[in-house]
Design a protein around this ligand. Sequence first.
Ligand SMILES: N[C@@H](CCC(=O)N[C@@H](CS)C(=O)NCC(=O)O)C(=O)O
Length: 225
Amino acid sequence: MKLLIGNRNYSTWSLRPWLVLRHFDIAFEDEVLQLSGPHWRERLRERSPTGKVPVLLDGDLVLPETIAIIEYLADLFPEKPIWPADRVDRARARGAAAEMHGGFSALRGHAPMNLRASHPGRIDLDTVSADLHRVETLWGELLGKSGGPYLFGAFSAADAMFAPLATRLRTYDLPVSDTTARYVEAIYSLPAFQEWLAMALQEPWIVDDDEIDVIQGRVQPGTLA
Ligand SMILES: N[C@@H](CCC(=O)N[C@@H](CS)C(=O)NCC(=O)O)C(=O)O
């Protein structure tokens, strides 16, 4: 089984299924397809039917779309607690994952994942406050019920879905409750996340579209080193 992923520093969607594969100890290889450089979109389209990553390759199966990949893994390995065991918790976890997939567009647009960066104070809080409020409410409810440290107690696919958002809170030092700060710490403490982060920090590539200084017009595209 192989997972095609984007740059580890920036690719939020790649991080999610990678964490599931790694945390649940599923044998796989990965291959980075860069999201920058000459003709990167054409090269991506040659490997991915949607022109996007991640893509899971398993035998004849070429499967894009993060949630489909996670569900395929959960089907393939029913003995692994990729989703919570309790049916109602599982429904809540899938609801949270779907909300993450379709929502939080302000946080996604204004505060891109950039694991190597630290940009406190750069985000206009008015632009992200509604998303911040919603995610803190959701996490607070789930963590209150489960007792943590992850949304449903043990790490599950729901946490994998929210891991990139957790990194944004840290990168941009967004103001959050103690409960949220503890959850962000729990994501950073996960061995699989640490492994991804260490590899992300080694990457030399810059993706201008995900750099806050370029997005906010402070720096010209192509000039960051
Ligand atoms: N709906 C897709 C989104 C995948 C996605 O947008 N991936 C980004 C990288 S994080 C990408 O491939 N971007 C390339 C592009 O938009 O051309 C999923 O759930 O996997």
